[in-house]
Design a protein around this ligand. Structure first.
Ligand code: PEP
Length: 246
């Protein structure tokens, strides 16, 4: 039996408003206690209020992206030091939406992970193949390449990251990887982490992609799935609570 504590992270993406956030967070707080560690990654402008709301609880918060730069003339970017100042435990890096819409490549993602870790913010590094890559039999090669870039950048700190396997074809589509499909990729990633860091057995690998209350238990009971990164279903307290309890 694994000693890894399950982790469930909500990715709000570009959703929310002050009143909606207050209601959602009140719901998440009311759903405690959870057996899993629970966190929400909110839009950067809401971090301070989220921190104030969650500070006295065991629910963590984080950002959805971070700059690779420490500081300077990078209009619109938010540094890891700023996230740390807002009390962020986590920062998602390399989400497929950033890779696709902002042309973020493996090297930039790796530098972002390093920038986060340097300020004590744990990067949640997303990897995942597109449908075309899966159908071409390239799933393993793609996720290993994406993860390898981060492992090499982080060197001796690589064991401090959290990895999220998010098949691009399952994100926001309602199409979920089967527990067996997800487990197969998680096992590959864990072997890669173990070979590179020697700590693969204690590192957490989350699954993301249309996780819902009704499929979370089957996914999370796979031996190498240590929780989830939850998009759409993290926006409704009842759905998110059910997943956190799964
Ligand atoms: C995500 O954005 O990380 C995600 C997994 O989204 P969804 O749960 O909506 O598929």
């Amino acid at each position: 039996m694994s000693t890894r504590k399950k982790l469930v992270v909500g990715n709000w993406k570009m959703h929310g408003s002050r009143p909606a956030n207050a209601e959602l967070l009140a719901g998440v707080l009311a759903g405690r206690p959870y057996g899993a560690e629970v966190a929400v990654c909110v839009p950067a402008v809401f971090l301070t209020e989220t921190a104030a709301t969650l500070a006295a609880s065991d629910v963590r918060w984080g950002a959805q992206d971070v700059s690779a730069h420490e500081q300077g003339a990078y209009t619109g970017e938010v540094s890891a030091a700023m996230l740390a100042e807002c009390g962020c435990r986590y920062a998602i890096v390399g989400h497929s939406e950033r890779r696709a819409y902002h042309a973020e490549g493996d090297m930039l993602v790796a530098q972002k992970a390093q920038a986060a870790l340097a300020k004590g913010v744990t990067p949640i590094v997303c990897v995942g193949e597109t449908l075309a890559e899966r159908e071409a039999g390239q799933t393993e090669a793609v996720v290993k390449r994406q993860l390898s870039a981060v492992i090499h950048q982080l060197t001796h700190c690589a064991a401090e990251m959290v990895v999220a396997y998010e098949p691009v074809w399952a994100i926001g589509t309602g199409r979920t990887a089967t527990p067996e499909q997800a487990q197969a990729v998680h096992a590959v990633l864990r072997a890669q982490l173990q070979a590179a860091t020697g700590h693969g057995e204690r590192m957490r690998i989350l699954y993301g992609g249309s996780v819902k209350a009704d499929n979370a238990t089957a996914l999370f009971s796979q031996p190498d799935i240590d929780g989830g990164l939850i998009g759409g279903a993290s926006l409704k307290a009842a759905d998110f609570i059910a997943i956190c309890r799964a």
